[in-house]
Write a protein that binds this ligand. Structure first.
Ligand code: GAR
Length: 191
């Protein structure tokens, strides 16, 4: 079983969908640790309910990224983590983690990259008036949502949609796509 750490900053619905996929046997892997950069994030409650250990930190208590990523790295070592799964983690990954986990950090982003990278990708697509957006799972490099694409699925933007309706449609797609991509990744069926 591959040992995963899920990194998140907020609600954690993607964490939940991965945890559910593991429980139902669709994803043969184990979430051993949740890493969160906001001490009040709901994902921490979800982790507790799932009996999964978490490590939360506040970047403002460290002088730089290297310092807090070194502490994260030590946790990852303790928990023997093999893959880092970013699920709504709203920070760029720095060289400390990238070097140790080269080709082993993946992210999900709510657009068809390279369109609409960065924050509020759903709002960006909605405001741009495009007819289609989507979801991308990609390897993480040192850029903002720029690493090699692993999988993409399109999501239509329909007449009468609000941003909330679109967000719900995109998140449903995320919750379906991410666990199935992770299953392939953990079992070496993907490059
Ligand atoms: C998800 O939609 C994810 O794609 C997005 O944050 C949301 C987190 O939701 N990530 C990014 O925008 C990364 N650039 P969740 O906390 O409910 O899983």
């Amino acid at each position: 079983m591959k040992r995963l750490a899920v990194f998140a900053s907020g609600n954690g619905s993607n964490f939940q969908s991965i945890a559910e996929a593991i429980k139902s046997g669709k994803l043969e892997a184990e979430i051993c640790l949740v890493v969160c950069d906001r001490e009040d994030a709901y994902v921490l409650e979800r982790a507790k309910l799932e009996n999964i250990d978490s490590f939360s930190f506040s970047a403002k208590n460290y002088s730089n990224k290297t310092e807090y990523e070194s502490e994260i790295l030590e946790k990852l070592r303790q928990y023997e983590i093999e893959f880092i799964i970013l699920a709504g983690y709203m920070r760029l990954i720095g060289p400390t983690l990238l070097q140790k986990y080269s080709q082993a950090i993946v992210n999900i982003h709510p657009s068809l990259l390279p369109s609409f990278p960065g924050k509020d990708a759903i709002g960006q697509a909605f405001d741009a008036g495009v007819k289609e957006t989507g979801v991308t799972v990609h390897y993480v490099d040192d850029g903002m949502d720029t690493g090699p694409v692993i999988a993409q699925k399109a999501v239509p933007i329909l007449e009468g949609d609000t941003k909330d309706i679109l967000q719900k449609r995109i998140q449903e797609m995320e919750h379906d796509l991410y666990p199935s991509v992770l299953q392939e990744l953990c079992h070496k069926k993907l490059t």
